[in-house]
Design a protein around this ligand. Structure first.
Ligand code: FES
Ligand code: FES
Length: 170
């Protein structure tokens, strides 16, 4: 059975023919499109290692059937840098040692980007921990992760305000 779908992945439109309706977004990305930055941890929606953004919302790609997302815009960890510059969330993870082995890190970063863009993180570390609770870290780097999310949020909000002011005065 051939199932044609179109996805825009990291800004690039891809025409894909699925030969199986059970293919998940995670397996499509990793095994067919060579986008292996998104990690497979549990493969059952329990660890968050496979988090990506679909139409701007964070999801566990191991639970999402590719065929159900025809036409979607997908962002993976490979698509978050801004030219040669790290995304502010990536930079904050490095600054705050928000990782050890790094396996969970792509999912943590995608989840953090989604959370900040949802505007729901606030400035309360406990709230950030709760909002990131779907992303497990076996190395226990939670303190650095929380600090990174808080700092990235401040930096992204400041950058957005500067851009808005520039637009107003142009
Ligand atoms: S691999 Fe998807 S939640 Fe664990
Ligand atoms: S850094 Fe090792 S699992 Fe999170």
């Amino acid at each position: 059975m051939n199932l044609p779908i179109t996805l825009t992945i990291n800004g690039v439109r891809r025409e894909i023919v699925l030969d199986d309706p059970r293919v998940t977004l995670l397996d499509l990305l990793r095994e067919r499109l060579d986008l292996t930055g998104t990690k497979k941890g549990c493969d059952r929606g329990q660890c968050g290692a496979c988090t990506i953004l679909v139409d701007g919302r964070r999801i566990n790609s191991c639970l999402a059937l590719a065929v159900s997302h025809d036409g979607a815009e997908i962002t993976t960890i490979e698509g978050v840098t801004q030219g040669d510059e790290l995304h502010p969330v990536q930079a904050a993870f490095i600054a705050h040692d928000g990782f050890q082995c790094g396996f969970c890190t792509p999912g943590q970063i995608m989840s953090a980007i989604g959370l900040i863009e949802e505007g729901q993180a606030g400035d309360d570390p406990e709230r950030v921990r709760e909002c990131m609770s779907g992303n497990l870290c076996r190395c226990g780097a939670y303190q650095g992760i929380t600090e990174a999310v808080l700092e990235a949020q401040i930096n992204m909000n400041a950058a957005n305000m500067t851009a808005a002011n520039r637009r107003r005065s142009a």
